[in-house]
Ligand binder design. Sequence first.
Ligand code: HEC
Length: 163
Amino acid sequence: MAAAGTGAGAQQAPSASAPAARPAGETPHQSTTQQPGARSMTKRDSADAAKPAGFNPRFSSSSEHFVQQGGERLYQSICQGCHMPQGEGAKGAGFYPALAKNARLASGAYPVYVVLSGLHGMPPFAHRLDDQQVADVVNYVRTHFGNSYQDALTPEEVKKQRP
Ligand code: HEC
């Protein structure tokens, strides 16, 4: 039990077991190699605490953004479930207006508004479609299903209508 003594600096035997664990005070030769500069680095901890806490990716996490491109694909993946494959709409448990031969599509602004903001039973898609996608799907329904409104909307026009 020779190592039990506190003044064991002169003993060689246990030195191989745990040399790094020695208190600094037991190595007189090295006592001047303290590192006075190391402490100042901890200032960075407080800088981390000042990170902007306001960033909140709420929109992207709460609603999935559609990846489909092109009016037809977007129509098929989003709209036709309610408005039916030929835009004929449906009546049953709910009322889904026909988009086919729908005079309300004459002004492109109306369907853009409905797609962006929703309407009664129809959910809004403003945060799930970009300007190009909204323009594409609206242009698609305005030129299909018996509709032939040729004044295609641009993404810029959609952007102006965003709520
Ligand atoms: C979850 C079902 C649902 C989906 C998906 C949906 N709609 Fe609708 N949509 C409705 C309902 C319900 C209405 C009628 C709301 C009302 O007037 O009460 C409607 C209304 C509309 C109208 C207005 C029609 C009119 O005569 O006033 C347009 C235009 C329209 N939808 C286009 C679209 C397009 C384009 C898409 C795809 C991007 C789409 N909808 C996706 C349910 C849906």
